[in-house]
Design a protein around this ligand. Sequence first.
Ligand SMILES: Cc1ncc(COP(=O)(O)O)c(C=O)c1O
Length: 282
Amino acid sequence: MATASAVSALGAKPVFADINPTTYNIDAAQLARRVTPRTRAIVVVHLYGLAADMDPIMEFAHSRNLPVVEDSAQAIGAGYKGRRTGSLGDVACFSFYPTKNLGACGDAGMIVTNSAKHAERLRILRNHGQTEKYVSSEPGWNGRLDEMQAAILRVKLRHLAAWQRARQAHAAEYTRHFAQIPGIMPPLVPEGYEHVFHQYTVRAEERDKLQRVLSEKKIGSAVYYPVPLHLQPLYASLGHKEGDFPHAEHAAQEVLSLPMYPELRPAQLARVAEAVTEFVRH
Ligand SMILES: Cc1ncc(COP(=O)(O)O)c(C=O)c1O
């Protein structure tokens, strides 16, 4: 929702495209079908910590002369064919919201770009549109990174690679447990990608029942996200109906994110994996 509502907040109209059902990221072919002469930019979310398939997206965007914004809020450090998310599009956004892989002690975020022109404009916008002190030529906002948050993030940044390795080891262990279990589909990591597992999200046909059973065992889990964007009340005026983006709708009914954080202990992980396995076997 944060991605789409940023578009709406500009007074622009978000136009959605369906996902690839195995990666949960935007499908390049679907995207191409949704672009019109009125399209001004393409926004790609790298969901759960896995990069979207950027090569065909960038190729298509260049052919149409459209800029690409990467929403890398969930995917700091994620790899795609030897590069990292945030370096693949024209501009990229990161979130340091406390639950993110690199979390501040409150709200914080970052935009990166290789374009000097975009960087200059963004520096103006983040500070009330000021081109010099107390002189503004366009409306902006307060998008400054608080110094205390920056100080905390600089210290935590040193640990990010180790935390990432821990998440990846936990994910490999979960997947080892689930690989032979029918009815549970572990997250896919395509060849050439490095997943950073902001979430470890499985698909389960009886997702709601599984979540209830886990909850009874005091095991936390979460659904990211239960309502697809095109069916949100905010976007009722776009006139979408159920069935417009079947892969996104199907995923919304089946995805479940299991406990995932660097400090997860082997016994805790085993307890979660056993609870899921037991549910499927009964
Ligand atoms: C994919 C995605 N985009 C954008 C955001 C927004 O980031 P923030 O809350 O730092 O504004 C989030 C998380 O909140 C997110 O998960």
